[in-house]
Design a protein around this ligand. Sequence first.
Ligand code: 5GP
Ligand code: ZN
Length: 114
Amino acid sequence: MSDCIFCKIVEGKIPSTKIFENEKVIGFKDLRPQAVIHNLFIHKKHTKNINDLSQNDPSQLAEMFEAMRLYSEQENLSKDGFRIVTNLGPNAGQTVFHTHFHLLAGEPLGHFGS
Ligand code: 5GP
Ligand code: ZN
């Protein structure tokens, strides 16, 4: 999509610090990190949120989780652990309307739920 900042990152029109790339998916550092390691994983093909993706192009899900698995193995993150988060809509605070997963790691993360 022409006015989507993450599509522009895919196209290289906006700079990013890439930490993963394959044919379908890229991972890059979040501009405003909320943890020692805070990366965003996106599919190169635009969808606006996880429900749009799930309804219209569900195979993207496996491709993104495969990418995050490969990255977590490469960086040896499984031992200490990591968190994957996606936001949909205003109550969750979604600000970029190109589906993305936040991958947070590198330190103990605040626990939610009890
Ligand atoms: P959301 O709030 O939609 O779940 O997440 C959007 C994330 O994208 C935020 O954590 C924000 O810091 C990050 N972000 C916004 N614009 C850019 C950008 O141009 N480059 C990078 N690397 N991250 C961005
Ligand atoms: Zn996009």
